[in-house]
Design a binder for this molecule. Structure first.
Ligand code: SRM
Ligand code: SF4
Length: 552
């Protein structure tokens, strides 16, 4: 007997192009939306959340939860004009919690929006040619592209990023009808809404990234599909393709696991969108729609085997997939921080944004600095896959202006930060994420300062060390491919994973379980001390841990 489809499959099928009862729910005098709308609103890039810091007090006082919404703005390749940055900055105050949150997939999130402001948010995004539509939900998510590939005299990768994003955008006009401009969509013809996805979209999310051939800032092996450019003297010839990565796990479901992608083959630039479409279609057709915990592409590949999967893709593509050109090998992960000049005479500066939270606080006024730069100069912003931001398009004579604005607002220069501070990531976790078991973003500064003390006192502060922290095993800050992955296990404990490689092509291994939060860094300390004295020449912490295998 075949298993029943999940409830979400029914909600999608009956949603009339992702509309459901969203419009009615938005009008209703309640602070939240119905449970079916909670599912559908994700396709519109919006998550229904509640403020978890006040959850208990409200419940004790028999008051309703504080319902808030998170909105994720889709930004292919993380590229924003200064005008778009400024509008996002204004929206942070007008309809959100006064911050912008740069994500590990180069998007921007707003937290703490009340239901009554969701339409204003969507309308103002639309006015600057941005949208949250497709930011979440069972679709191809924001296309991630190494910023340095886009900051180039050759626009081919920047254009390809936009082409890919457009190719997989859902066709329904529901978003504009419900959130932006009712009239425009009221006249929408249903026929024109038939899209690649079909009525039930994908079994779950699907993630695509375009990596730099030399370094792995996008974490190519963690993606459903990663494309790595191969070049001839005439420019980009095509891509080596990796498929089947994914990091999320679930403690309660032992059949879930992190998996690195495998090489699929080479595709020419012209055929790339159609090959990705064939992979997505294979997933659309074969992905598990009866169990959302196991509905990702990695499980399709695991279950049917790589050769059978390749055959399914070729069947849908109508061609054989060519073998890889050369091999895939990355030299670490670039953090893209500090000043660079990739295009002659045009400067860029990568600015560290701790855990991606663009805000003003007692340590720095990063948000104000970035706003003033966007107001003063016609620059372009790139959100990086490390939750940071690059300001690009600074002319020679403008370099002192930008340097001074960053300095006077207390924004740390790349050179003033240790490698461990430059590369650390943390997911939002509490108080917004409904799945968080414990803290991440808010604990990161304290955790990092302990790491800084250790590496400084052992004279290894100059060595790279990639630390990533999440509030649960879903893995949003990609801890499974970190050198030290600190993963929320219970309300006050973490699991510690160690031994991921510096270039992200080896999974970290679970080393310690349920470590109380206050003891996490102290637990890693003895191993760091061993690394300080026992490391082979230039040996990274991840490679050291893999060699000495303290978990064995
Ligand atoms: Fe994520 C769910 C935040 C990148 C794996 N992720 C969530 C939600 C929406 C929680 C929820 O379902 O209720 C989080 C919102 C929290 C909040 O309050 O903002 C959330 N994920 C994030 C972000 C903002 C983390 C960050 O620090 O930047 C990233 C947004 C990316 C974007 O702009 O689209 C983010 N999430 C990732 C990544 C990393 C990546 O894609 O490179 C992963 C691991 C890769 C993967 O997909 O396996 C990731 N997020 C998950 C999962 C586990 C999915 C799975 O199938 O295993 C969930 C849970 C789910 O989907 O049900 C999840
Ligand atoms: Fe939330 Fe878990 Fe993702 Fe962190 S890793 S944002 S706690 S889902």
């Amino acid at each position: 007997m075949s298993k029943a489809l999940t409830e979400v499959e029914g909600i999608k099928a009956e949603s009339h192009g992702l509309r459901g009862q969203l419009a009615t729910d938005l009008e209703a005098p309640t602070p939240n939306v119905s449970s079916s709308s909670e599912q559908l609103i994700k396709f519109h890039g919006i998550y229904a959340q509640d403020h978890r810091d006040v959850r208990r007090a409200r419940s004790l006082a028999h008051e309703p939860l504080e319902f808030i919404f998170m909105t994720r703005v889709v930004i292919p390749g993380g590229q924003l004009s200064a005008a778009q940055w400024l509008e996002l900055d204004r929206l942070a105050d007008d309809v959100a919690d006064g911050t912008m949150r740069l994500t590990t997939r180069q998007a921007v999130q707003f937290h703490g929006t009340y239901k009554g402001s969701l339409r204003e948010l969507a309308t103002r995004l639309d006015a600057v040619r941005l949208t949250s539509f497709g930011g979440c939900g069972d679709v191809v998510r924001n296309v991630v592209t190494c910023p340095h590939l886009q900051i180039s005299e050759d626009p081919v990768i920047a254009q390809f990023t936009r082409d890919l994003a457009l190719a997989f955008r859902p066709a329904t006009s529901a978003h504009w009808e419900i959130f932006v401009d009712g009239q425009r969509a009221a006249s929408a013809e249903e026929e024109s809404e038939k899209s690649f996805y079909g009525e039930t979209y994908l079994p779950r999310k699907f993630k695509v990234a375009i990596a730099n051939a030399h370094e792995n800032c996008v974490d190519a092996f963690a993606q459903d599909v990663a494309l790595i450019p191969t070049e001839t003297t005439d420019g980009v010839a095509g891509f080596n393709v990796i498929v089947g990565g994914g990091l999320g796990r679930n403690y309660a479901h032992e059949h879930t696991f992190s998996r690195l992608g495998d090489p699929l083959g080479f595709v020419s630039l012209e055929d790339s969108v159609s090959l990705v479409a064939a992979v997505v279609a294979t997933y659309r057709d074969l992905g598990d729609r009866t169990d959302r915990k196991r509905a990702r592409l990695k499980y399709v590949i695991h279950d049917i085997g790589f050769d059978a999967f390749r055959h399914e893709v070729e069947k849908r593509w109508g061609q054989s997939i060519a073998p890889l050109i050369g091999s895939i090998s990355f030299d670490g992960r670039h953090d893209h921080l500090g000043w660079s000049q990739i295009v002659e005479g045009v400067h860029s500066v990568g600015v560290r944004v701790s855990a991606g939270r663009v805000k003003d606080d007692e340590t720095s006024r990063t948000r104000t600095a970035l706003r003033q730069i966007a107001s003063a100069l016609p620059v372009t912003f790139f959100v990086t896959p490390q939750q940071d931001v690059i300001i690009h398009g600074i002319r020679e004579e403008e370099v002192p202006v930008v340097t001074e604005l960053l300095r006077t607002h207390g924004v740390a220069t790349a050179e003033s930060l240790l490698p461990v501070e430059r590369t650390a990531l943390a997911c939002p976790a509490l108080p917004t994420c409904g799945q968080a078991l414990t803290e991440a973003e808010r604990e990161l500064p304290g955790v990092l300062s302990q790491f800084v003390d250790i590496v400084t006192s052992h004279h290894i502060a100059h060595r790279d060390l990639v630390v990533r922290m999440t509030g649960c095993p879903n893995g949003c800050a990609r801890p499974a491919v970190a050198e030290v992955g600190i993963v929320g296990r219970t309300k006050s404990t973490y699991d510690i994973h160690i031994g991921g490689s510096p270039s992200g092509n080896r999974l970290a291994t679970l080393w310690r379980e349920k470590v109380p939060s206050a003891e996490v860094v102290a637990t890693v300390r003895p191993l760091l001390e061993r690394w300080a004295v026992e490391a082979l020449d230039g040996e990274s912490f991840g490679d050291f841990a893999e060699r000495v295998q303290p978990w064995a």
